[in-house]
Design a protein around this ligand. Structure first.
Ligand code: AMP
Length: 399
């Protein structure tokens, strides 16, 4: 059974075509520069590629190109879209409306679009892509939406409420939603399997560290708290995002620079984080290289990240009243031994001990890093959000 997974942004349409009989990827690619030009890059599992400029005035033309490269030309992998059993879409914000994947209908698309105020960059683009997809693929092909926020809907109110007047929650839906939920769900389940334990018996801190980073406390398979908040700006220091700061510092800085709310939001989302603190780069590799060459601000950004992660691990161990395992995932979590080492040093109070040589030599693969004596297991667990979206899609259409 073939499932197409789509991850649409405002100007891009990333996709993967998976054969769910063996969960292999047949082809993947990206139709990007939507609205400002158009480009498709497409690669099949056996190495055939398409790389060309196109014209994508809207998501519809991008979807038509996606269908074209999948079904025709030298890098085609299917003859017709009828061979695809279903399409699964990643949706960033499901708010309190969606706590699980669901089948796409015109009403569901409208509901996703209505949540655009809570995720201005993402949800409207998702709705555009869903409408474009519905217009292009066969009407008989079911579509499923899988929400980044859904896994976090199990948080109790004490974890998701802010200390603002309650009316702001009731009227404007201001609360912590959390993001990266598909990743946290995938890796925590994969970790339980790797540990040979039932996830119901595990207390896990899941550290998804990438350009965007979030940490989630997973108790018995359920999210009980997470570091991202109302938007993906909260929590940890990220590539260009500041993470949590005193709200009074925000209003003070906006006032000093004469920023409007939108300008301040841009400042915190695009000019801050690793980039803002180091002045070097938003990319962890550049930061690590600059720190090694003696750049103090790059070193500081790295220290801030590791310290914040340590504090989250500690506070989530307290929140769950226990800790069985810490996992690292995402581009940084899977690949940067430096960040993992900096986090796991001085955590012996929590019973965390890692094999430093093993940590330094391991990249991007499922691996237990903790020593036999470590009271808490530490793992690298590669994430695969597309695969989970495809699994969810298949599960829903099989019902
Ligand atoms: P993601 O958003 O999950 O793709 O992660 C992107 C981040 O992962 C960037 O900050 C990269 O610098 C970092 N990253 C990717 N590969 C490596 C690597 N080999 N070593 C260290 N950091 C890496």
């Amino acid at each position: 059974m073939l499932v197409l997974v789509v991850n649409a942004g405002s100007s891009s349409l990333k996709y993967q075509l998976l054969n769910m009989d063996d969960e292999s990827v047949l082809a993947k690619g990206n139709c990007d520069r939507i609205g400002i030009g158009g480009h498709v890059s497409h690669k099949t599992a056996d190495g055939r590629t398409v790389d060309e400029d196109c014209s994508f005035p809207t998501h519809t033309e991008a979807f038509q190109k996606l269908v074209e490269v999948l079904t025709t030309g030298d890098a085609a992998v299917i003859k017709s879209m009828d061979e695809i059993s279903a399409v699964g879409h990643r949706i960033v914000q499901g708010a309190e409306v969606f706590d699980r994947p669901c089948l796409v209908t015109p009403e569901i698309i409208d509901q996703i679009d209505e949540l655009r105020e809570l995720a201005p960059v993402h949800n409207h683009a998702h709705a555009l892509a869903l409408r474009a997809c519905s217009a292009v693929i066969p009407a008989t092909t079911p579509q499923v939406v899988v929400f980044d926020t859904a896994f976090h809907q199990t948080m109790p109110p004490k974890a998701y409420m802010f200390g603002l007047p309650y009316e702001d929650y009731e009227t404007y839906h201001v609360r912590k939603y959390g993001f990266h939920g598909t990743s946290h769900r995938f890796v925590s389940a994969a970790l339980a399997e790797a540990m040979g334990k039932d996830i119901k018996d595990l207390k896990i801190v899941s550290c998804h560290l990438g350009n965007g980073s979030s940490i989630t406390a997973v108790d018995g398979g359920k999210c009980v708290d997470t570091s991202m908040g109302f938007t993906p700006l909260d929590g940890l220091l990220m590539g260009t995002r500041c993470g949590a700061v005193d709200p009074s510092a925000v209003t003070y800085v906006a006032d000093k620079h004469g920023f409007t709310p939108d300008e301040m939001s841009q400042y915190m989302n695009k000019k801050s984080g690793f980039l803002g603190v180091s002045g070097v780069s938003s990319d962890n590799r550049d930061l690590t290289a600059a720190a090694a060459e003696g750049n103090d601000r790059a070193k500081l950004a790295g220290e801030m990240l590791a310290y914040e992660i340590q504090k989250y691990i500690g506070s989530y161990a307290a929140a769950m009243n226990g800790l069985d395992a810490v996992l690292f995932t995402g581009g940084i979590g899977e690949n940067s031994w430096e960040v993992r080492e900096a986090v796991c040093k001085n955590m012996s109070f929590f019973g965390i001990e890692i094999d430093e040589a093993l940590n330094r030599s391991t990249r991007g693969e499922l691996m237990k890093l903790s020593t036999a004596d470590s009271k808490v297991e530490v793992w690298i667990v590669p994430t695969n959000e597309e695969l989970l979206i495809a699994r969810d899609t298949l599960a829903l259409i099989s019902k």
